[in-house]
Design a protein around this ligand. Sequence first.
Ligand SMILES: *Cc1c(COP(=O)(O)O)cnc(C)c1O
Length: 406
Amino acid sequence: MRKLDFHPAGRHFLQIPGPSPVPDRILRAMSYPTIDHRGPEFGALGLKVLEGIKKIFKTQQPVVIYPASGTGAWEAALSNTLSPGDHVLMYETGHFATLWKKMADNLGLKPEFLGLPGIEGWRRGVQPQMIEARLREDTQHAIKAVCVVHNETSTGVTSDIAAVRRAIDAAAHPALLLVDTISGLACADYRHDEWGVDVTVSGSQKGLMLPPGISFNAVSQKAIEASKHAKLPRAFWDWAEIIEMNKSGYWPYTPNTNLLYGLSEALDMILGEGLDNVFARHDRLAEACRRAVRAWGLEIQCVDPSLYSPVLTGVMMPDGIDADAVRKVIYERFDMSLGTGLGKMKGRMFRIGHLGDCNDLTLMATLAGVEMGLQLARVPVAASGLPAAMQFLMSQPNTPKLKAAA
Ligand SMILES: *Cc1c(COP(=O)(O)O)cnc(C)c1O
């Protein structure tokens, strides 16, 4: 255990898929003095972030911001729209989907967990045809909501949310669609309105590059309508009063002022770069990372290339190798944190985060650290992965904006 008063030279490499590194610009913005949350300056800040965040979710409808981690926004999504004993259809993509399902159980809902057996479902995205088939069987419309995770952070697999929407429509089923894009937002394309999502749940510490501590519910008119009749107990999470006060830029309680300064700065950075450029940057770095993993001769957790996550890459270890032992070597020798295997994947894989404030050299340093760690931990690797990643980065132009600036 490292002594807490010892500061190692250089920057810690926080390459977990959230919290992601917070850019200096955001840290500085957050260091402004805290202001009166009922004063005029605050109202202007509130209106700015509430308007700006809609662009990130691609919605014209309200986005509720909570002073809570993503888990709080999960609870808000369920408790605002559902009643005790309601059936909900959830899909097992990985550990986070499993935790959300556990929460639904704890809240007194009746979640049904669809999925593929074993770890198969943890290597593929949501199967929309399974959702459609199940909804078609539900002729009485007992199922009140379908809940899926857009970017499953425990595996590095995304899911096609537009296809889930089409599945619900094909079954002509009135269930609400609730989507967790806590780690996908501002990394992968996401369209709350166009995809007909009723509640989108997200958080601050992943693609938005903020510290943990605020989270979001983007809502639809249908979700707001449902909230008027939903009977799960809720008080703090209740949308109605928050949405009402948000109209003038305020909250019914003390909001997280300094994180909202940070959010304001993050919105300037992301919208300034352009969402499409942000997505292209993530895709490019993710592809470079995968090329290194393939050159090492290791397996990528996601088996469907159309669903590779731009946020993180799950790297599976050969049988008999403890992935956490590899992570430990990398942490102790190179001051870099990688994501641990969660749930069913504990010890069997680790996760390389390449989201948010990450560029070519951040990724190359990360890959070099992983490669040295693999060798020190005696993981058999076929070849160096670094040339494969470098070749790809050199051969592919950067985002249009960066090219124009050069
Ligand atoms: C991080 C994450 C969560 C949990 O969010 P917290 O902020 O830790 O409460 C839930 N779902 C997904 C997909 C995540 O990536």
